[in-house]
Design a protein around this ligand. Structure first.
Ligand code: NAD
Length: 259
């Protein structure tokens, strides 16, 4: 087990990629706080971890709510006495062309990704600086490196997370804090399943064509990345033993983006 004795908080962990990482962290021996806007799924994911013999806590948390994030992170520290890993994973997508995009929808996407990641970072650093340091992890995307049509706020927000990750690596180094960002290609989760028909409608093509000719077009093998792929990398980054690996973005995308 690679994460024994560690305490982790993961946002957006009620379902999808975040949930898979939470389950995997628990199997690696970590105590895991499952934070989500949807408290029912957070409870469900935490219960599943406990049923499998792990230790987990559910947190009802809107990552854009300053007080909820501070209180949630404080609860983790009150419960388990420390915080080693904070993973800003919560995210949303909005499919629309720029000329039609309402400011409200731009702000909503930016807020969940960037305000959410900032608030978790700040709350976590306050505890990590006072303790033995720790690791910040961010969920970027190939869209942290590349743009696609109809996803401007998401692309801008995911690029922004790269900057936050690097800033944390610089500021955190003197306090024993590392920071890295995972940049996945397309993974079949509810977030992606929702956008297949939306993109088909906007682009006037079939759903099959969206998958083959848009989402997986530039992969080396036409395959989706999986939650297991992401979880494997998330364990490696969290367990890495030194500050040699900090401020880095790691792309897992079946070769969609190389560089
Ligand atoms: P998902 O929609 O399946 O899960 C996202 C979770 O975040 C949900 O449980 C949702 O309730 C939660 N959430 C949304 N807004 C929140 C808020 N304000 N506060 C707290 N929780 C909130 O999505 P997913 O595919 O598992 O995506 C997880 C992360 O991975 C996101 O940051 C996403 O951008 C990123 N990502 C996904 C893919 C993909 O192909 N699925 C690819 C690259 C990056």
């Amino acid at each position: 087990m690679r994460l024994e004795q560690r305490v982790a908080v993961i946002t957006g962990a009620g379902r999808g990629i975040g949930r898979a990482i939470a389950e995997r962290y628990a199997r690696e021996g970590a105590r895991v706080a499952v934070a989500d806007l949807d408290s029912a799924t957070a409870e469900e994911a935490a219960a599943a971890i406990r049923d499998a013999g792990g230790e987990a806590l559910a947190l009802a948390m809107d990552v854009t709510d300053e007080q909820a994030v501070d209180a949630g992170v404080q609860r983790v520290v009150d419960t388990w006495g420390r915080l080693d890993i904070a993973f800003a994973n919560a995210g949303i997508q909005h499919i629309e062309s720029l000329d039609k995009l309402a400011l409200e929808n731009w702000r909503k996407v930016m807020s969940v990704h960037l305000d959410g990641a900032f608030l978790l970072t700040r709350a976590a650093l306050r505890h990590m600086y006072a303790g033995q340091g720790g690791t910040l992890l961010y969920m970027g995307s190939v869209h942290s490196m590349e743009a696609s049509p109809l996803k401007a706020p998401y692309v801008a927000a995911k690029h922004g997370l790269l900057g936050l990750c690097r800033a944390v690596a610089k500021e955190g180094a003197g306090h024993g804090v590392r920071s890295n960002i995972i940049c996945p290609g397309f993974v079949r989760t509810p977030l992606v399943d929702k956008q297949i028909p939306e993109q088909a409608r906007e682009l006037g093509i079939s759903e099959e064509e969206v998958i083959r000719n848009v989402m997986l077009k530039n992969t080396v093998d036409g395959e989706f990345t999986t939650v297991e792929d992401i979880s494997e990398l998330a364990v490696t980054l969290a367990a890495f033993p030194s500050a040699a690996l900090t401020g880095q973005s790691v792309v897992v995308s079946h070769g969609w983006h190389m560089g």
